[in-house]
Design a binder for this molecule. Sequence first.
Ligand code: NAD
Length: 363
Amino acid sequence: MSEHYISTPALHQWVTDLWLAAGSDTREARLTADHLVGANLSGHDSHGVGMIPKYVLSWQADELQLNRNVSLLHDGGSMLSLDGNRGMGQAVTEEAMALAIGRAKEHGVCVMGLRQSHHLGRVGHWAEQACAAGMISIHFVNVLSKPIVAPHGGSEARFGTNPFTIGLPVAGAQPLVLDFATSAIALGKVRVAHNKGIEVPAGCLIDADGVPTTRPEVMFPADGAAQGALQAFGEHKGHVLAVMCELLGAAVTGGHTIRPETLTHRHAVWNNMLAIVFDPQRLGTSTSFGGEVQAFADWIRSSRQQSGHAGIALPGEPERQRRRERAEAIPVDSGTLAQLDDAAARVQSVRGASPGPLSRLAR
Ligand code: NAD
């Protein structure tokens, strides 16, 4: 499947205009574009503008709600319980993180539960928001949509790709950001492989009979056919981390864990998130902290390299490298481009306005 390039600022403007046309206020449209284009810029096309067709379906089904704010369910000072009210994840999570960062500045730490957000995208974005304020953050997230990941030892999907994320700011240096799905790969990466007509690496998928496969189409079967499943990363280790993301992200925050009774929607991806945000300065180690990080980074980089590897990277470095490479233009495959044109046409049919097809900006 062929690949097109779209100027990064033009793509950002198109996404902003699409959500303004759908009815978002300017803040929500801008934050949504910042986040989705930011995910593409970081190299995570799985969580970039390719999510828009799904968001538009969710909005058309009255599942995703525009222009919502978080509501405060419980205020314990350093403990905050928030409801995202099914709002656009890119907007309500920004608001929730700003509240948590404010409380962590005041109390040293904030444990924040956010329930019922629409898809909150690339979780590293929220860790970066905390890092920009000098805060360490740890995030456990569950995904409430059709189960797509098989438990370790199971051959049927039972949960989502439950991401786990840590952001670590370092004074005078770039932050370290660990941010990954607990599945061997994100479903969005299977979708991108499917759209491109290529296979996924071994160890990521099983077919509907539980047999390992590299064919992405097992996740996108024809109507009525049984779906395969993603596998957790690292055998039982990814599985147990995914279970904790489900329980800390949802059960502890008052959100729903994934079960047939809680899957009553058609198109939305709901996320629940537990975030622990704290100020490292308040541990009284600020004089040694940066030096220890730097010394450890130097030590691990001094390892002799294995053949076939380009170098030793720290968490967050691959994303920064991609941002440099994609600053001018972002690649979008033709399958995703067609889906985005269709999403704009659907906004046009509902609202009588849209930024027009994205494909006219592609080269
Ligand atoms: P991934 O497998 O690309 O791993 C990314 C992490 O590994 C980053 O921290 C990155 O800096 C680090 N990394 C990558 N290559 C490295 C290397 N060679 N050396 C050192 N570090 C390296 O990520 P993924 O599992 O595909 O997840 C992609 C995105 O999907 C994440 O941003 C995640 O938050 C998001 N996600 C969101 C949801 C949701 O429901 N909102 C669900 C699943 C995943």
